[in-house]
Design a protein around this ligand. Structure first.
Ligand SMILES: Cc1cc2nc3c(=O)[nH]c(=O)nc-3n(C[C@H](O)[C@H](O)[C@H](O)COP(=O)(O)OP(=O)(O)OC[C@H]3O[C@@H](n4cnc5c(N)ncnc54)[C@H](O)[C@@H]3O)c2cc1C
Length: 387
């Protein structure tokens, strides 16, 4: 049976980055990366709508959620530039602080990692799923053979979008060592809402402030695109809001249309149109997307003050999400109270747990990849004795 210094289970963003950082710190260590998929780094190559949003300049502890949020803040240490040194390319930043490879091609990130790992002679084993790991770090593979390692890194991702090899079955590998799994919910995901007042708006995109409330208490709010769909709402504002709704029941959204227009301005625009003889259903025409305007007036009735009130607080009941198959990230994972600041298990020495696999999830905008790369770097330094 072949023995490696380090076996990394999962050749996604965190697993590949961990292998690379181990090799850069100590090229003599033998490293194997085992992945369930035909292609390594397949999800990384699909991130950011294919453009690879690897980090975000606007970084604070509040961008992370889950029981491991404080651990994430310590490991990242406020440094949004951590991922940049991993790749052999230039990066650019957009107006929202999102950092992308200058070529805006996520697949180039995967290529960069694999090229350098190949040069370092890292052993890639795929497609092969690790189905069991025993106490002496013998890894049993789905292909019918086993390998052993001195140290093992679990970088198996979460439970979202199983076409990327992440179906949640790998949590059992850590649970076998006594690690606990927190409840799992889809996050950064489209929301199902009551569609009574949004029928006929499918495909329309509007700029809104979205505010989420639970039983009357404010949860969070953000501004961005909202896209109406036949099941409810999509768009970047909805993705952002969805992470605050993970695990809730009975939440309500309030959409504020025309966030840059004051109530008095909108009111006088409506009154002017009314005096000019516009039919009731057209009182918002030209000011708000016509169909959305009609939906607002259908709900509010024709009185200008009611129209403005509804337009500034268009409430919709949340009935669910599109689920793990559509979500970008998993809220929940392996409980971080049994993981040290070097990402090593407190229950099994030499076992490391990194990336989305653990109970940390970030906001939309590059924060999840930043966590994947930062936790990978931290584990690599510990494995090579640098911390
Ligand atoms: C469509 C999409 C777009 C996204 N865009 C962004 C973005 O722009 N910016 C951002 O920050 N985040 C984004 N994310 C989230 C981000 O991609 C993930 O959080 C990140 O990839 C997590 O890295 P990871 O290494 O923990 O897991 P993954 O990258 O999911 O890798 C886990 C790997 O483990 C393998 N695996 C699982 N179980 C086993 C097993 N038992 N044996 C062997 N291998 C196994 C899987 O095949 C997989 O390759 C996006 C996610 C999706 C789905």
């Amino acid at each position: 049976m072949q023995n490696f210094d380090v076996a990394i289970v999962g050749g996604g963003a965190s697993g590949l980055a961990c292998a690379l950082q181990i090799k850069r710190l100590n090229c003599k260590l033998s490293v194997a990366v085992i992945d369930a998929g035909e292609r390594l780094g397949k999800k990384l190559a699909a991130t950011g709508n294919g453009q690879g949003n690897v980090s975000n300049k606007r970084l604070s502890a509040a961008n992370y959620h889950g029981g491991g949020a404080a651990l994430a803040a310590r490991v990242i240490g406020g440094d949004s530039s951590l991922p940049l040194s991993i790749f052999n390319c230039l990066f650019v930043e957009d107006e929202e602080g999102r950092i992308y490879p200058a070529g805006r091609q996520a697949s180039a990130l995967t290529d960069s990692l694999i090229r350098e790992l190949t040069a370092y002679d890292v052993k890639f084993i795929h497609p092969a799923r690790v189905i069991a790991i025993d106490d002496s770090f013998v890894l049993k593979l789905s292909e019918g053979y086993s390998l052993s390692a001195e140290k093992v890194v679990l970088a198996c991702g979460g439970k979202t979008q199983k076409q990327f090899g992440t179906d949640g079955s790998a949590y059992a590998l850590a649970q076998k060592f006594g690690h606990k799994l927190t409840p799992l919910y889809p996050s950064l995901v489209q929301l199902k809402t009551d569609t009574t007042y949004t029928k006929g708006l499918k495909g329309i995109r509007v700029d809104c402030v979205v505010c989420a409330r639970l039983h009357g208490s404010h949860l969070c709010s953000c501004r961005g695109d909202v896209i109406f769909t036949d099941y409810g709402l999509s768009g970047n504002a909805i993705f952002k809001i969805s992470s605050a709704l993970a695990g809730t029941d009975g939440a309500e959204l309030s959409l504020e249309f025309l966030p840059d227009c004051r109530v008095e301005e909108i009111m006088s625009d409506i009154i002017k149109k009314s005096r000019l003889g516009y039919p009731d259903c057209e009182l918002l025409s030209g000011t708000l997307h016509n169909q959305v305007g009609r939906a607002v007036i259908k709900r509010s009735g024709p009185r200008p003050e009611d129209i403005v009130k509804t337009l500034k607080n268009f409430t919709l009941r949340v009935t669910g999400t599109l689920g793990f198959d559509y979500a970008q990230v998993t809220h929940g994972g392996i409980d971080c109270s049994d993981i040290g600041d070097d990402m090593q298990s407190k229950l099994a020495k030499g076992l490391y747990l990194i990336g989305e696999y653990v109970d940390v999830d970030g906001d939309c905008g590059g924060y999840n990849l930043l966590w994947a790369f930062a936790s990978a770097g931290c584990a690599a330094r510990s494995i090579t004795g640098m911390i």
